[in-house]
Structures are given as C-alpha cells and as structure tokens.
Design a binder for this molecule. Sequence first.
Ligand code: CA
Length: 508
Amino acid sequence: MKSDKLVIKLSELDNVAVVPHAKGLQIGTALENGITVQEYVPMGHKVAIKDISRGESITRYGQKIAIANEVIKAGQWVNEHKISLPVPPDLDSLSYEKLPVKKARALNGYTFDGYKNADGSVGTKNLLAISNSVQCVAGLTEYVVKKIKKELLPKYPNVDGVVGLNHSYGCGIAIDAPAAIVPIRTLKNIALNPNFGGHALVIGLGCEKLRPESIVNNASDDTSIFYMQSEANEGFMAIVDDVMKLAEKHLGTLNKRKREPCPASDLVVGMQCGGSDAFSGITANPAAGFAADLIVRAGGSVMFSEVTEVRDAIHLLIPRAADIEVAEALKREMLWYDNYLKLGQADRSANTSPGNKRGGLSTIVEKALGSIIKSGTSPIVDVLAPGEKIRKKGLNFAATPASDFVCGTLQLASGMNMHVFMTGRGTPYGLAEVPVIKVSSNTVLSKRWHDLIDLDAGQIATGEKTIEEMGWELFKMILAVASGKMKVAADKLELHNDLVLFNPGPLT
Ligand code: CA
C-alpha cells in the first residue's frame, strides 16, 4: 500500500476498493484499468472497480460482505443504500476442519516490570480497588475514593491509585435466574484482576440480594468486607472513618508490592475496537493482530471478543480452533448470542452504528471481517463465556457484547492486565483499572486528537510503515506501558469510563 494509491484493494477477488485519501475521490478521477470515478466517494468508503449486477456479491477481503440491490457500475460509490446483508454462516452446517498451522517460532527475551501476585498473575498497576455488592452504596464508594486519594495515597508512594468499582447490579434482580451467573461472576472475577493484588475491599449495604461474601475472594478475612448498615456506626462520618481504616490496612499491604522484571508471557492483553471505520481492517486491526501473534509467540495471552463482530466471520475462525472442543465452544457462544438477540427481537445488523457507516463500513459482515484481523493468526486455545477467568495462555476468544465499556468490563473480569483499543472514528475510551492503549486507524484522527491517541496505525495506509513495523511498535509500547514507563493518553488525562455489567437476566 503506497501513499500515492488512489484506492486500496485487499484481494484479487474484490470488486470494490477503499478510498484512503482525506479528500475522497472526485468525479472524473481516472483509476486503473480505464475506470473513471462516476460520483464523489468519501474517505474510507468503497468504489466499485468492476461492474456489479443486481443480486451479485460485493467482495472485500476476498469475502462476500453484501449483495447488490441494484446495478452498480465500475467507478460508482458502493454505500449501504445500494446493498443488503447476506445471511450469516449457518452454525449447524459448519464442520470443524483444523487449519494446518505452522509452529510459530518462540519469541524470547522480552520482559516488562510488573507486580507479581500470589496466584501467579502479574499486575501492570498497583491499585486499591473498592468494589461493592449493590448500587445503593455507590455514593459512599465515591466519597471514600476521593477522601483516600486526598488523605491516604500520599502516604503510600508505591500504590498507583484507588478505584471505585461501582456498578448497577446487586438488588432488584432475579438472582436465581440462570443468566444471573454472568453479572455475579463478572463482579467476583473483577475483584481478582491482577492490578488489585488480591486485596479488593467490598462495601455492602446489608439488605441487598447479592451478598458481598459471594463476590469477594477471601470472605473470612474481616478486612475485606464492610457493611454500611452495621449498627456500630452512628452517622455517615463514622461510616466513612471505618472504611478509611480498612482502606489503610489494604494500602499498607499494597505498598509493599514492587515492580520486578517479568517475562512477556505474563501479559494478558485484551484487544477491542470501537468507533471503527473502513481503515480499521486495513491498518489498526492488522497491526494489533501482528502484535497479538508476537505476544502469543512470547508465551503470553491475548483475548479477542465482541460476538456480534465475530459472528459473520465465524467460518474463518472455526478452522483456527485448537481442537474440536474449542470449535464447539465457539459455536455455543455464537448460538447463545443469536438467541439473546432473538429474544430482544433484534439481529446482528443492529451492531453497525451511524458512525461506522459514515466511516465507510456498510455492513456488519464488512465490520466483522475487519474486526477479527486483530486476533492475528494463532490457533484459538480456549473460549471464555462472558466474565469467566482466563484459564490458558495463548489466544483466547472471550465472548462479550461488542459495546465498548461492556466488553472492557468483561475482559477485566477475565483477567486482562493490558488493553489495546483500536478506533477509526475516535473515542476517548479509557479504564481506570488497566492501561488502555488507543490506536487510531487513520492519520487524520491521530492528528486531530493528538493528545487522545497513543499510536497512529494510519501510517500503514499512507505507506510510511508496514503492518509488521507497526505491530512491533505496538508490542514494544505494550511492554513499556505495562512497566509503568509510559503513560497512556487516557491515564494522563484521567479519562475513565464506568464499569458496565452485562446482565442478560431479568430485573424485579
Ligand atoms: Ca467494541
């Protein structure tokens, strides 16, 4: 891909190409093979490079992304009004034939400075986490978090910060409904995130359905749970004082943690994209995929997620399953989500946002093909149901909704210690719990948002960098950020999103 290219074609089979230039493609521009541009095509959008008849497939990445609703002449703009969505791959008819995989060369010698935990996990931050068992106490949590930051943190220089894990769950819920397992295990596993050192403190109200004991790791430790309704305290300030005392105990323990060299195999990187555009699948996601392969070669773990952005490319992922159990688990998660959407009388086309479409992503199929590239090329070794803790090193599929903050929350529960987030349209997304490296898919965005974007993968489209170079750059950035040697934009500005639980169960 060169900067002087008027359009980017990804496969010889493609009948459309993407416009890389910020100014778009003007009427009358001459393309290769004697094609003249018939109408203005904006940046990131697709131009037909062959005549396409009505009912014919629109092909990008060598795959069918849509069906033409009308005759589209070479040189015309291919937008969502001229095409319709093909049917998704039928899960029942997908059989498992393992793709022959070349054994990847091990990558040795890469380390980062992390915080080792008793359970074998490694933190990239040293944080005091204050969780709670119900939204009722969210105000108390916020109050004490502010007070701890101001009054206690300066006394514990080895502690990087304090985070309140407020959420909307805990009461008014059908706690025995089968689907309640998702939010409950998410809260339990978030408290175990490597960045909290096994010392999360949980505030309960007292009368809620979800018991703090069920979301805290060590319920017998009387410093890990506090009940606001405890009769021992008179008045709010007495309650606050008690929480502050408990917090101080945890801070004392956390303050003893020190960064030490850890192999790159201790990385657990959650990959996600949001606010994608047509470049995401050409620049940022392929660079992330290359970095994902490097992490796996180094013995580390990578998670990719977002079921609705995987569903239409599942036929490409099943052959990458390490064994038949993983293939079946992939299908199981797709089927679960198909049914979940059906219950809400929605389908997968609900995924693409107006911003995606303005950015040139016309259908969920096109979005999915660009999205799965961030998983790289490694075999998929395990599939995690929403909120489950990671069990195996290597490439994992962690099933989550594609919604940015819900996916991020679930990946936190699965145990990520680094987050990489690709965006084309731009989002200020960040998490207080783990560092989030934001990678832009195009240079226009990274220039406009120079203080919000950490890495510009748009250089791949302009020809300044190759996917490999950008992938290595991202890998090294992950190690630097994980070591605390580099601060991501979201942390510098303290732009942090709320935790948003995935609750597929009923409220009462
Ligand atoms: Ca997302």
